[in-house]
Design a protein around this ligand. Structure first.
Ligand code: DAH
Length: 340
């Protein structure tokens, strides 16, 4: 009889009770009047007295196991109805949610800001609507400078004094008016120029301005800072070179190129076979600019630089049309999910 009981226990452990009908059949098979359990109890009379106790315990265990199985199945069937215990359908499509992403311009701006933060630069912002003093005059633009022209600048109303800023250099002036050296600051923001929109140019874009003013700041400091920046952003193999240039607010002025990170300088489509790509404008802050902000130019020197975020992002991600940044086409934006 013990062997029989062991056999039933094994069977109960294996059997699947999926529907209410299954459950009823199972119950009748074991607990019905003519079922297995009553029959086994009846058979106890035949068992030798020496075996009776062990067998009785085992039989009770079987009965409990049957009851347990019935209770388990009931609980599940009560929840799922008479459809039975459903196994999950692993072929069902998952209702996953798409995650949002940062805009590629935000990603690049954050990355640039973080690099300069590591060098001890802080971050500040200024207004998008400016007057002539901050956007031009204090930055040493002579009155007849062509950049003031209607062609470039969005003036607001008829007042030639009020405009959308054409560059973030205006924030240099605002910052130096309020803060005295030592100054180490990064000034990101949106700028506006009255330009025809094309794959290369837009009337709204973003810049990051950098400004460092202290005693004994030299062009070597400028180079080393920008070298660090370039290798952090574009990789340790990156080389830099400076070409003389002109900006009213810096003297001397330069444009900085980086060795093409696509071809490593061998020449490709991105660098137009030159091996170099232009990345930013920079220079030593013109003493007139410091004086305009009441900073003693006989005591302090400084460097400044400004770069376009769109241009940098286009290089970094090899995007060939600036308009993509502003169209909000989800197929474009989606590709940056997961970056930060
Ligand atoms: N403001 C310049 C532009 O929009 C960029 C620039 C050049 C900024 C040289 C600077 C600088 O601070 O030193 O083209």
């Amino acid at each position: 009889m013990k062997d029989d009981i062991h056999g039933y226990i094994a069977e109960i452990n294996k059997v699947e009770v999926k529907t209410k009908d299954d459950l009823e059949l199972f119950r009748i098979r074991f607990l019905g009047k003519k079922g297995i359990i009553p029959a086994l109890f009846a058979g106890m009379k035949e068992i030798e007295p020496a075996q009776r106790k062990d067998t009785g315990l085992l039989l009770n265990a079987l009965k409990n196991r049957v009851q347990e199985k019935i209770d388990e199945a009931k609980t599940i069937l009560d929840k799922t109805g008479d459809k039975g215990v459903e196994k999950p359908d692993l072929t069902m499509p998952v209702g996953f949610r798409e995650t949002g992403s940062l805009h590629p311009l935000t990603i690049v701006r954050n990355e640039i800001v973080r690099i300069f933060e590591r060098l001890g630069f802080s971050i500040a912002e200024g207004p998008e609507i400016e007057d002539d003093w901050y956007n031009f005059t204090a930055l040493n633009f002579v009155p007849e400078h062509p950049a003031r022209d209607m062609q470039d600048t969005f003036f607001i109303g008829r007042d030639p004094d009020i405009m959308l800023r054409t560059h973030t250099s205006s924030v240099q002036i605002r910052f130096m008016e309020k803060t005295k050296p030592p100054i180490r600051v990064i000034l990101p923001g949106r700028v506006f120029r009255n330009e025809a929109i094309s794959a290369r140019a837009h009337c709204i874009f973003h810049q990051i301005e950098g400004l460092y003013v202290d005693e004994d700041v030299s062009f070597a400091d400028l180079k080393q800072t920008l070298y660090f920046f370039a290798t952090e952003l574009f990789g340790p193999e990156t080389r830099i070179r400076f070409r003389p240039s002109y900006f009213p607010f810096t003297e001397p002025s330069a444009e900085m190129d980086i060795s093409c990170f696509i071809c490593g300088g061998k020449g490709c489509r991105v660098c137009k076979n030159s091996g170099w790509v232009e990345i930013l404008g920079c220079g030593m802050v013109d003493p007139n600019v410091l004086d305009n902000c009441n900073i003693d130019s006989s005591k302090y020197t400084g460097f400044a630089f400004g770069l376009g975020i769109e241009r940098t992002a286009m290089l970094k991600y090899q995007i060939n049309d600036i308009r993509l940044f502003f169209e909000n086409d989800i197929r474009f934006l989606k590709q940056f999910a997961g970056e930060y």
